[in-house]
Design a protein around this ligand. Structure first.
Ligand code: UD1
Length: 422
């Protein structure tokens, strides 16, 4: 077990480069199961969720080769439609593998899902979507079994779920006939997934809008014409979290290797709260301002304010003058981490499972905290960097799931943070 020791109050400066997107990389690795030739990706983050996905694919018969920030996946000889239960339960994103497995092998099984502890995370939209594509589904104590030959259909999603959109896109890419996904999610990770599938010969249009049309290849596997590595987009949640950190603690922090266009909602909101920003095509510079004002946020599907940026942004709001409201509409139970921020001295009223009122500015006191999940874990690090004194953040493994050696990168810009073995 490891923990972070953090001494707050240090001013940050310099440049912090953003790594490749976890949520894009996981789905692109899954999509490689639709290819009959090796596919190479670059800008792969070195994080635990990626290692788990790699292991799952290897256990299903795929071959993987990693070097620096590149990974090659050769799934020409997939042998198993069963996913390793322990790993699949650990990362919820592994559910996307059902799409390519079912489309390619005609069956797939999946344990009851796991992942971050952020309220109810059912899989009913996946099940309904696969039923629409003609799959048979049985449920047992171990989990779900899917089978059948997939045929395209019209599918309306009750909510624009990211992983459901991606899973159904992958399944439909090599299914028979046309699939239209309505009320689809439009996150940049989805646009990039469509780009990869198209490069492999799939017929997909509309990704990045709320209607995606896929004409299946009638079971023909995909193949890249150009073997050059496919570069993963920068992680927009990491970029946004660093922007928040810079607005709180730096004279000037440059966030590089990022895509400002993917976090317009955060940049708009933080600027309206008084933060000073400049930006280029792939960088953002941010410094703290003496005049940070309260602002309300409502999380929602892209391009609205990302739910994954809600927890780091709440720390920013504890330092803003006045009363701010957070309205979390995507997940239920994603505000529980605020109890710990209250104990640090923040003035927060938890109104209900979806809404909180934060009144600032408040002086945060150092504390010993247990990271409850990936995103709240990073929020605790930010809070500890703002607080006066020495804090401890436990359960570092949650943070390692999604942020590559975050303590080294934060130290490089002046933060006092050490990883220690317990
Ligand atoms: C993805 C991201 C996660 C992000 C979230 C929302 C990955 C690996 N994870 O998660 O970081 O926080 O998008 O931007 O990409 N829902 C159902 N039934 C289902 C599926 C989803 O009710 O079958 C609900 C969820 O409970 C939630 C909402 O739909 O309330 C949106 O969730 P969804 O977009 O599916 O999140 P994920 O794709 O799991």
């Amino acid at each position: 077990m490891e923990r972070f020791l953090i001494t707050g109050g240090k001013t940050l400066s310099g440049e912090i480069p953003v790594k490749g997107s976890k949520n894009a990389a996981l789905k692109l690795m899954a999509a490689s199961l639709l290819f009959d030739h090796p596919v190479t990706f670059s800008n792969i983050p070195d994080i635990n969720d990626i290692h788990s996905m790699k292991k799952l694919i290897e256990l299903a018969g795929g071959k993987t080769y990693s070097e620096d920030d590149q990974i090659t996946l050769d799934n020409s000889k997939l042998i198993s439609s069963n996913l390793d239960c322990d790993i699949a339960k650990r990362i919820r994103a592994s559910i996307v593998l059902i799409g390519p497995l079912l489309a390619r092998i005609g069956k797939a099984s999946f344990p009851h899902p796991g992942g971050c502890v952020i309220g109810k995370r059912p899989i009913d939209y996946f099940v309904e979507g696969f039923k629409k594509l003609g799959a048979r589904i049985t449920l047992s104590d171990d989990g779900y079994k899917f089978s059948g030959r997939l045929r395209g259909n019209d599918i309306f999603l009750p909510f624009p779920s990211v992983t459901v959109t991606e899973t159904l896109m992958m399944a439909s890419a090599i299914a028979y006939g046309q699939t239209i996904i309505k009320n689809a999610a439009a996150e940049p990770e989805i646009t990039q997934l469509a780009e990869l599938l198209r490069l492999g010969g799939a017929d997909i249009s509309g990704a990045g809008t709320n209607t995606i049309v896929i004409n299946g290849t009638n079971s023909r596997l995909l193949r890249m014409k150009d073997p050059a590595p496919f570069k993963i987009i920068p992680d927009r949640i990491e970029a946004g979290s660093f922007v928040i950190l810079g607005a709180l603690l730096s004279d000037c922090l440059k966030i590089s290797n990022c895509c400002p266009e993917h976090i317009e909602s955060l940049l708009y909101t933080i600027e309206s709260a008084g933060a000073k920003l400049t930006r280029g095509e792939d960088w953002i510079k941010v410094g703290r301002s003496n005049d940070i004002r309260s602002v309300n946020i409502t999380t929602g599907p892209y391009p609205s304010f990302a739910t994954d940026l809600q927890s780091p942004f709440s720390i920013f709001l504890t330092q803003a003058q006045g009363e701010s409201m957070i309205f979390e509409t995507v997940f239920e139970g994603r505000l529980a981490y605020l109890e710990e921020i209250k104990r640090m001295g923040a003035n927060i009223i938890l109104c209900d499972p979806h809404r909180a009122i934060i009144t600032g500015p408040a002086k945060l006191r150092a504390r010993e905290m247990e990271s409850p999940d990936l995103r709240a874990g990073l929020a605790y690090i930010i809070a500890a960097l703002v607080a006066e004194g020495d804090s401890v953040v436990h359960n570092v493994y949650h943070i390692d799931r999604g942020y590559e050696r975050v303590e080294e990168r934060l130290r490089n810009v002046g933060a006092s943070i050490q990883r220690v073995q317990v």
